[in-house]
Design a protein. Structure first.
Length: 287
């Protein structure tokens, strides 16, 4: 359970999609003066060396953030996504990639609360050190799924939850659904963001539909939901090994998010697609 290290995948196509969504959501939340809370249930180490042995082993960033780094024609939301990535690389060269806690650290205001959970002992210690001086911040080595219920609703009644487990254990799919359902019961106004890998697995294929059902249950999420998926690769072999793409499911999304993603997705298909059939899906149910 503790074998997964995101450093192998830092800056890949899935990080680009996930952190594009995260950046736009956090910027939207900051438009109001009232502080908010971000809960990151699977936070990772905070940041990763692109030049380190882990990232270099698979070089996934080469087909991800690296393809955007020097682009001059970025759509505005993608340019905004790259701002914290560039701030994480003060020398101007892409040498490090910020995980979601680092992006949060760069975008949250001092009065905004950050709650990070990470089970891997090494990544937890790195993250704890990285965020040690940030105000209104709590870093825990407890299970993020189990800890989420204690964080909701946040004191200001404004909050965002990011759930992006590795899904290396199939039970993570069910835990995501349970966490979303329980989270909405406690905090119907909250913004819930769920990342998932696009795999040739039944659990992966069914997850968006199960999330739709969870969001629509009862009176439904106050502001509906949005689902985005970016497919960049073909099935690698007959057993379905390998990530074809990834998706984000957002409950109570900012009303601006659909149009922002609509602007970026054709560009991402062109830049990050690894075959002629690369494509995207964007759907929503407004409240």
């Amino acid at each position: 359970m503790l074998a997964y290290r995101h450093a192998f995948h830092a800056g890949n196509h899935a990080d680009v999609l996930k952190h594009l969504v995260l950046t736009e959501v956090l910027r939207y939340m900051a438009e109001k003066d009232k502080p908010y809370t971000l809960v990151d249930t699977h936070a990772g180490a905070g940041g990763y060396s692109i030049e380190g042995q882990y990232a270099q082993k698979k070089g996934e960033y080469v087909h991800g953030v690296s393809r955007l780094w020097d682009a001059k024609d970025l759509p505005a939301p993608l340019a905004r996504y790259l701002e914290p990535v560039r701030a994480f690389n003060p020398g101007g060269q892409l040498r490090q990639y910020p995980g979601s806690p680092a992006i949060a650290n760069l975008l949250l205001r001092a009065e905004d609360r950050l709650r990070c959970f990470e089970l891997h002992p090494t990544d937890y210690r790195i993250l704890q050190t990285y965020l040690s001086t940030r105000p209104n911040t709590f870093v825990s080595d407890k299970d993020g799924f189990a800890s989420l219920r204690g964080e909701l609703p946040p004191p200001s009644r404004r909050g965002v939850v990011l759930m992006d487990p590795s899904y290396e254990i199939k039970s993570d799919y069910g835990k995501v659904i349970t966490a979303v359902r329980e989270g909405l019961e406690r905090f119907k106004d909250g913004v819930f963001m769920v990342w998932y890998p696009q795999l040739q697995l039944l659990e992966s294929a069914q997850l968006p539909q199960r999330l739709k059902a969870a969001a629509d249950a009862g009176e439904g999420a106050k502001k509906g939901w949005l689902h985005v998926r970016l497919t960049v690769a073909q099935q690698e072999n007959t057993r379905g090994i390998g990530m074809l793409g990834s998706g984000m499911f957002i409950i109570n999304p900012p009303f601006t998010l659909h149009d922002e993603l609509q602007e970026c997705l054709p560009y991402l298909v062109e830049k990050l697609g690894l075959y002629d059939g690369a494509n995207f899906l964007l759907e929503q149910r407004a409240s």
